[in-house]
Design a protein around this ligand. Structure first.
Ligand SMILES: CC(C)(COP(=O)(O)OP(=O)(O)OC[C@H]1O[C@@H](n2cnc3c(N)ncnc32)[C@H](O)[C@@H]1OP(=O)(O)O)[C@@H](O)C(=O)NCCC(=O)NCCS
Length: 182
């Protein structure tokens, strides 16, 4: 992976991130969104409080080939040590270890911020995503059967969990992400 660099995403990446994501919305059930967010909407998501990491992978020509990010698992307060993670690549960039490189940076980052549990929902089938998550220590704990209808069919979502840290008895508040080193 010498030619791939993973770095913190900045607002300048929003347009390219939106472009990478759009085909997964418009032509795949990997995302359950139906309208691809534009760059402005993507920038708003990236800046939503509390800040969680957004990372991009770029090639030697600084072309962004994929991104990964974390989001709060659920909004109710007691869930605040739990995050969801997601990763999307350009169609031509899959199967080369880029998803692995993004997660190798994303997961330690959310752990450092104080998150304790990490979740991923994977619309089935998706062998590559299942393999990626298992390779990073996620284990499947359930399936939402026929929970979404997209591209003419009902879709099931497998849920995976990885415990990032032994759940502390007196947890400190998770820190906000600082793109320049948080
Ligand atoms: C899912 C995705 C992010 C994986 O990233 P990737 O860069 O292609 O995966 P990597 O090359 O890093 O491989 C990760 C693991 O998956 C395995 N893998 C990759 N492609 C695979 C495939 N098509 N079928 C089965 N296993 C596959 C690799 O062997 C590797 O496993 P290992 O570490 O045990 O050897 C990427 O394929 C993608 O963007 N897919 C479309 C969008 C998507 O589904 N996103 C996830 C939404 S939940």
């Amino acid at each position: 992976m010498a030619d791939i660099r993973v770095r913190a995403a900045s607002p300048r990446d929003a347009e390219r991130i939106a472009a990478v994501y759009a085909p997964h919305v418009e032509a795949s059930y990997a995302s359950f969104e139906e309208v691809a967010p534009d760059a402005r909407e993507m920038a708003a998501r990236m800046a939503a409080a509390p800040l969680l990491p957004w990372l991009v992978a770029e090639d030697a020509e600084e072309r962004v080939l994929g991104f990964a990010y974390a989001a709060h698992h659920r909004v109710r307060r007691a869930y605040r040590w739990a995050c969801d993670v997601s990763v999307y690549l350009d169609a031509g960039a899959t199967g080369r270890g880029i998803g692995t490189a993004l997660y190798a940076e994303l997961l330690p980052t959310v752990e450092r911020l104080g998150y304790v549990q990490c979740f991923a929902g994977i619309a089935l089938p998706n062998d590559a995503s299942v393999a990626l998550h298992r390779a990073h220590g996620f284990a499947q704990f359930g399936v939402y059967r026929d929970v979404g209808f997209k591209l003419g069919a009902w879709r099931s979502v497998a849920w995976f969990q990885r415990t990032l840290a032994d759940p502390p008895s007196d947890p400190a508040e998770p820190k906000g992400w600082a793109p320049d080193g948080g």
